[in-house]
Write a protein that binds this ligand. Sequence first.
Ligand code: NAP
Length: 259
Amino acid sequence: MDLGIAGKKAIVCAASKGLGKGCAVALAREGVDVTIVARTAETLEATAVEIRNSTGVKVIAIAADITSAEGRAKALAACPHPDILINNAGGPPAGDFRQFTREDWIKAVDANMLTPIELIKATLDGMIERKFGRIVNITSSAVKAPIDILALSNGARSGLTGFVAGIARKGVAQNVTINNILPGMFETETLRKRSEAGAKMAGKTFAEVHADRKKVIPAARFGEPDEFGALCAFICSVHAGFMTGQNFLIDGGNYPGTF
Ligand code: NAP
């Protein structure tokens, strides 16, 4: 299927690795020029070279913290009129909610709620004027089925989800959509770090904990960033202008409910 987005421009946040990279690669394969953002310049540059060499699109690498005002300004200066915006950032730490301080909460809300809101604010009206826009927020399956040790993520991402539900219809008549993708467990560095932390707490090996996590997934495997990217690219396609304000769960069947 031709997704019809060749020549469009995208900002993909937190995209040197994992799910953000999966989205950047999938968009680039469709001929979209991508501005990718991450904090570590070396990894980011390596990803930029990889995407450029494998797809031939224009790739701009912005080494910046997207959760800071300066970082967002740098990304927007590099790509002032994006047709596509993929919001993403690192997730907050796990732990007992009793141990989280006000500072921890502000950091989580800043990264996983206010940063995407600021970027939507900066880009939505231009997309409406140009009569095309796709905004995709990477959230978490924890929005649908909260995970007790991820209180910061449950709270901050649900806040973003509520905000998106309220504004997702503002531009749909002008072909601008805003949707969320909710990842279950995907084989990325973040997932492996969580398994490492779980192993330490339980006095088990990383391999045991990682395998145990996989066992609960009906698909009997973790998701791959590439398949996450493919869903993202479809939601950004010209074929997806009739869906907005939706939450797309991609979790190998892990969520057991009907809706
Ligand atoms: P990952 O493989 O560890 O990659 C994270 C990416 O984000 C890296 O490129 C990292 O680069 C970048 N990044 C982190 N903080 C950033 C910041 N402040 N500014 C700019 N770039 C930043 O992680 P992932 O698994 O793809 O996770 C992506 C998001 O999905 C996270 O919010 C995570 O909590 C959520 N999620 C993941 C899963 C899963 O199973 N993987 C499940 C549910 C939710 P630098 O460190 O160099 O900045």
